[in-house]
Ligand binder design. Structure first.
Ligand code: AMP
Length: 125
């Protein structure tokens, strides 16, 4: 079920539970601001999710309410994860679903990193 981009943060959403270590994840990167782990249902040879440690529901929530340090830390963590995965060459795709039209399913901000193959068209037509 896609979620709304705004509203109260649900502290029991699946990524909050991954952050607390209550359910397992295959982490590839972590720092003070973010963690990155493999998507459970990969849609490319490399499919990793990067999430901020703070309780932000969506891009709308994060961009409006996170501190400058959290925003900088998260953006740097996405770049560091892609670098660590060896994706800078030949490249990768970032995707963040925001709200119902984008089919955001987990109400904790996440950026998808896709790589390992030619990504093709940006969106289905
Ligand atoms: P979105 O549609 O952008 O909200 O994407 C949510 C993503 O989270 C999907 O690609 C799911 O496969 C992924 N996902 C859901 N549960 C887990 C989990 N426990 N561990 C890793 N990835 C997950």
């Amino acid at each position: 079920m896609p979620v709304e981009a705004l509203g109260d943060y649900d502290p029991n959403n699946i990524f909050a539970r991954i952050l607390r270590g209550e359910i397992p994840s295959k982490r590839v990167y972590e720092d003070d601001w973010a963690i990155a782990f493999h998507d459970i249902n990969p849609q490319a040879p490399v499919h990793v999710l990067v999430i901020p440690r703070g309780p932000y529901r969506s891009w709308a929530d994060f961009s409006a309410n996170a501190s400058e340090a959290e925003i900088a830390g998260f953006v740097r963590a996405v770049g560091a994860t892609a670098r660590l995965l060896g994706l800078e060459e030949p490249g990768y795709r970032l995707l963040a679903n925001a709200g119902v039209h984008a089919h955001q399913e987990v109400p904790h901000l996440h950026v998808h990193i896709f790589g390992g193959r030619q990504m093709g068209a940006m969106l289905p037509r």
